[in-house]
Every structure is written in C-alpha cells, then in structure tokens.
Design a protein around this ligand. Sequence first.
Ligand SMILES: [Zn+2]
Length: 233
Amino acid sequence: MIKYIKITGAREHNLKGFDLSIPHNKLIVVTGVSGSGKSSLAYDIVFREGQRRYLESINAYARQFMDRAGRPAVDNITGIRPAIAVSQNSLHRSSRSTVGTLTGVYDYLRLLFARYGVKSADSEIELKRSLFSFNSKFGACEYCRGLGVVDEIDADILIKDEKLTIREGAFEMTTPSGYIVYSQVTMDVLNTVCQAHGFNVDIPWQELSEAEKLIVLYGSEKIKVPFGKHTLE
Ligand SMILES: [Zn+2]
C-alpha cells in the first residue's frame, strides 16, 4: 500500500488553501510559473513541518542547539517524516561542504555521537561535538585532514630518468627556464632545500636515499622557501 503525505488547507504565502497528497518513496518534482508557490510548498510546508516534528522528538537539551521552526499555515498534515532540505542556494558551498553540512544533518550527527557515544574504558577523551567534526583537528581523518581527498605525487610518472640528476632533468616536467612545474620552485631554491638536508640537485636521482627523495617530492620541515606562481615558459 502506498503511503502519502496528506496536506489539507495549504495557505503559506501565495498558496490559496488547497489539498494535496504526495506519495512516500518517490522522486517528486514541483513545477509551476514563478510566484506560484513552489518553494512555499516544498520549504515552508513540507520541510518545515517535517523538521518541526523531528525536533519535537528529541530532548530539550539537544533542541537548544538547533534552529526552531514554526508551524506551517495548513489545516492538517499527516504522513510526514523527518526532513532535510538541500537548498538551491550555493553561497556556502566549499571544498569542505558535504550533503551533511549543506543540510545541517552533520550538526545533528555530531550532537548525537557526543551525547550518546560510549567511550572505551581506557579512554581519557571527553566526548564533545568537535571530536566528530572533520573541520577540527581532533575529529579530522589524519590522512586527508578532513577533506576526503588526498593529492599525491606519482613518482613513476614524474621521474623520467633515475640516472640523471635533478638539475640534468631527472623529472619529466622540468622546464627549459629552470622551473620545476610540479612545485613552481626554481632549481636554485630547490638546491637550497636539498642542502639543508645534506644533499643537492647534482646527485643522480637513483643515488638519493628514500628520505632524500621524499624531501624533494613532498617538501622539508627544516627550511621555508618563497613559493609563488610563475608563468610556465
Ligand atoms: Zn580521510
């Protein structure tokens, strides 16, 4: 049996008190001319009521962290479920945006984990919401730092000839002007970095230690160098 959200007397904004049934578990598209009340129906009635009932179902402590939603202007709604809204507004979208952050579900999940999570017996960590945030160093995955993607250098592609030195062109992408494309750092600057670790750019790549190769590929913790965009000539 198909279940429905049944709305009677929808009067929010431009809506003139009509009745409507929306089937559960279907993709529903609301169409109409501008100003006909599409957003009022979707956001101000269906979503607001779904969210309101959801908030009523959780405890008062948790509710204080959430936006309160008023009751929509309808005679009656039945069959409504907890709802999330993904807005067409993309102003706040960034590389750290997820469905969770854009809908706010992420905040509820962090709260849920912080309130109802169970610590392991030997843990001294206090369960706080920041612990479950990928934007916090306590909560973020150490590998990708909470971004969900990791940029890595594929040495098999980058190294053209292991027998050559870096200055001679061991790298595939060394430019004629002396810039190394992947880092946009000049050969002299790169040599300064290498020298800070006791080697240089005039040693064949294959003779460098693994640790030295990692410094060339991923950088040094010992020395800071100016880093900027150069035109690639
Ligand atoms: Zn990760």
